[in-house]
Each structure stands twice: as C-alpha cells, then as structure tokens.
Design a protein around this ligand. Sequence first.
Ligand code: GN1
Ligand code: MG
Length: 348
Amino acid sequence: MKKPTEIAKKFGYEGRIQTIGDGHINNTYLVIPLEGHKLILQKINRQVFRKPEELMANLVKILDHLARNKYPYKPLRIIHTTSGDPYWSDPSGFWRAFEYIDDCSTLTHTNNTRIAWMTAEAYSVFINTLAGLSPSVIRKTIPDFNNPGKRFEEFIDSVNEAVTDRADYAGSLIEQAMDFSDITRQYAEITADLPLRVTHNDTKLSNILFGKKLDRVVAIVDFDTIMPGYVMNDFGDLARSICNTGREDEADISKVSFSTSLFKAISEGYVSTLKDTLTPKENENLLFGVRIMIYIQFIRFLSDYLIGDRYYRIAYPEQNLNRANVHLKLLLDFQEKEEMLMEIISEV
Ligand code: GN1
Ligand code: MG
C-alpha cells in the first residue's frame, strides 16, 4: 500500500503525517507542512463506498448548493491534485483531500444541554439549506443505507454466517433484535407518506467542529453519506448519538441511558429552524425516527460482531459487541421513556 506521505505529494503537499478523527470506515490523516495550510487526506473505504466517483460528484453538487444559499458554517474545501483532479485513484486506493479547518474542537459525547442544542440546530440548518436541492440529483452512495427492512435482512444473513461461538455468545442480543423486528413494517408504512429530502445520514456529535471554547458550531463534516432520505432518520441518529449518557462502545452498561434533558435540548435546537419547513407528518414522526435509528445501529453493530468485524474499524476485539449492547440498552430505555419523550417533543 502506498503511504499517505507519498499520496500527499500528489496533492502538492509535503509534511508530517498524523492519523486523525474517530471515523469507523475511512482512513483519515492530517498532513502538517512546514508552512501554510494543513491538509486532511482521506483514503475512502472501497468495500463500503463502491462508487467513490459518485460520492465526489455528490459532494461537489452539495458544496455548490450550500455556497449559493447562505450556509452559515465553514464549507469543506476540496483540494485538487497537482494535475487538477478532485481525487487521486490508483491500485493503492481512492484518495481525496480537504483543507484542514484549524482551531476547532470535536466531541464524541456530552452531557451539556447547550452543546446538544447547538449540534441539533446545526444539523437542522443543514437540512433547511439543502431543502431547495432536489434529492433526485444526488446519487445513493450506499443504497438502502437507513432502510431497516434491508438492515434486518442483512442481520439475518449474519446470524446464519456467524463465526464460531459468536452467535452463542450474543444469543440474547440476537433474540432481542428479533423481538423488535416489527419496527421494520411500521417504517415501511410511515415512510409511504413522507417526503424525501437531501439528508446528512451521519448526524453524530463527532461530525460537528466546534470553536475552541465550545461556544459555537464552526463546521459540519463527513458529507459521504449525504443522500436522499427522511428527516426523521437524521433526527433519530442525532438523538442516539447525543442522548446516550455513555460512550458509543461503553463497556459498563450501567452508564448507558437515554437522557430526557438532552432530548429536550436537541428537540428545541432541531425544531427552532425547521418548524416551518417540515410537513405535519414529518413532525409527528420525529420520535419514531429515534426508535428506528437506535434499532438500525443496534443490528448493524451486532451483525458486524457476528460476521467477525468486517465492516467497522475496531480498536479491541469486543468493540462491536459493546456497541451493540449499548444500543440495545438505549432502545430499552427509550421505550420506557417514550411517553415522556412524546410529551417533550409535542410541547416543543
Ligand atoms: C460510521 O465512519 P463514520 O464514523 O463516519 C457509519 C455510520 C454510523 C457510524 C456509527 C458509511 O460512520 O453509518 O452511524 O459509523 N458510516 C458508514 O458511529 O457506514
Ligand atoms: Mg460517516
């Protein structure tokens, strides 16, 4: 495999290289030249993104739309190769680069309602700004990405293909995943009446760049899964990321719960800008989106654990199992609090 140092040169950069970010899919590096702007260099995971050229074409369209529509956050700036191409592709992989946005902080979790509010507001501004862009011009970088029916089928396949012992070991998780499978039918019914929009599809806290003092949002990153989708999925993924009182892979499951105060904060932040954009049906189903996204994340992590960690990057052997456990606990706690959450969001 070619080293990032060599690839950086294709983009006209030379410097010290660090790995950066907490992404589970692509490889991300920071290139620090002796002088001038730093560079973000990314190797796209081609097992996951089968058509990276389409992903880049989406990116260009989206950035162009944001630039023409008063988008208040710092846009991503694509750096071209020395021969003027928006990416570098060779047998070593598919690489692209962005100007590094300096002086920012990122978080993987928070218990601060102000931060929760700001994150939600940013993602809602994002949806609002893209509301004028027809979803039909955006390619599906990963088909059926947030389709729980499809995710459930994949889950069943991975139960059947599970590597030695893992299906036994995760037996109770598998059973509980089956118990919730009616969600997929409800999803099909509900989405029949929902408009497709251009959605972010990875609205986790760590995809927000905050100012150093955590007092404002500077940028939203990770545009790779921007696709036609439903607002409730974006809101749902935001909730599963922010309202979790533990880490995404928390081993001590007693630390995981679904926080109602953080939920109130994100509901207020999200609806503040979007209330006039969303249809009544979209508003009504935001909470269902939370249920769906926690469930989808649960079975995706569980599936990957079962087949031997082939999709997500892991830092230790049980990480996908921990991630699955966390999302099951979140789902159960969400279910217990659902009436209260409904009151909160209705009031908002
Ligand atoms: C993956 O690579 P990253 O961290 O941006 C995944 C998301 C999940 C997320 C869970 C293409 O995102 O769908 O929500 O992990 N991205 C892809 O943290 O599968
Ligand atoms: Mg992502």
